[in-house]
Design a protein around this ligand. Sequence first.
Ligand code: SAH
Ligand code: SF4
Ligand code: F3S
Length: 478
Amino acid sequence: MYDNNPTLSGLKNIDESKQGQILFKEQWEESGGSRDKKFYIESYGCQMNFSDSEIVASILAEVGFAPTRDVETSDLILINTCSIREKAEETVRKRLRVFNIIKQNRPGTKIGILGCMAERLKKQWLEQEKLVDLVVGPDAYRDLPKLIGAAEDGHRMVNVLLSREETYADINPVRLESNGVTAFISIMRGCDNMCSFCVVPFTRGRERSRDPFSVVAEADNLFQNGYREVTLLGQNVDSYKWKNPETDQQVDFADLLEMVAQLNPLLRVRFSTSHPKDMTDKVLHTMARYHNICKYIHLPVQSGNSRVLELMNRTYDRPWYEQRIAAIRQILPEAAVSSDIIAGFCSETEQEHQDTLSIMEWANFSMSYMFYYSERPGTLAARKYPDDIPEDVKKRRLNEIIRLQTAISLQHNQADIGKTFEVLIERDSRKSDQDFCGRNSQNKMVVFPKKAGLKPGDYVQVEIHDATSATLLGRIQS
Ligand code: SAH
Ligand code: SF4
Ligand code: F3S
């Protein structure tokens, strides 16, 4: 029944193959879950949503729900949804129809919508189309047990209230579909920027930062359990800010990075996403001081043209972005930088599109997540600017951007041939169980033949002998 091929376009750092993945934890009993009832969850969108599904799993464990991969026998079907582009929403709609057919054979089963579409579609799905029993927004997951209980009594339930405080700091996420080596940690929620194209401030509410000591404790716990890499997550990590209510001491993102990096030199630290307007030299210097802070920055440019950037309300212009890249090159010469790019934003001219192509070359992005503009109801752009670039032009511009990025990535990777990198082994390579794969500090995937005695979670030195636009191929150095 479940086709593992949702057609969502890639969102930051969650590759397409993982979109819609079923989340499951093998060692469920270890987490103390009983097997009274089963839930099935599919996640869409960005890392934040995948990380939230692990919080949901933890909350559901408390009330006796175990995860299952088998949607047909589950008591509760959840979809953690994304609203970022229209296509993301269409995919969820299709899945909802499939789940409602399953429900016809199992009338006791409840269907719930979580995440970023909750607020926007609650009326339509809950009240008009009656496609779902539960609608729960990203800040209301603690309410799930109560809402599920009421749904079991035959009510249709909704809680989409956004909070100014909720960070789920005290909830220990159940790691789902994990490789046991790498994990995400949310350090903040929401977003206070108002990029004119973006729906996130509306779906996730105001920005708030999580207590740094709870972040460090979660990272430490992961390390004690064999994990060797954590990725600190936020829509704009550089605006992380926490004030100790007792001492008034301030902790900014550079301080937090340092606190996590100091846990153990064998624990790698990554983070996403950096915002060009907020990324400070202090963060770059902190990265330079710690070998275990990975030399990789995801710094979405969105457009290479200052007029378009202003319409997008990104609050930086092209020279500012170039100066941020120059600072990275100076302070962290070995760092790789990647980007998000939007093609065909409102009123973008051919010349302005050319500016995007030229900044991609200038910045030498190791990779990019690339999209064409999709108008989202309620956003600043939807209210102020006509979505006036024809779809065929948007698609053509996007194709030019993708073609250029593929060429730049290939060159970027070919420049690594002959170099030796420290690689953290993550798992078997997808193509062959004779090969391992893992990332180098620059976040490039490296594939290499296995060697006896090594396992996921080990660090190895790998010499690169070949490259494609997506992968480095190498050999372990003896
Ligand atoms: N907080 C991150 C981005 C989160 S959304 C940042 O500011 O960089 C991930 C990416 O989706 C964005 O960077 C943008 O490139 C893309 N995106 C967001 N809204 C979009 C829209 N309406 N149409 C097309 N792409 C969009
Ligand atoms: Fe959206 Fe901009 Fe916030 Fe990123 S920084 S989540 S693009 S509003
Ligand atoms: Fe993420 Fe999509 Fe929401 S990108 S924050 S899940 S709208």
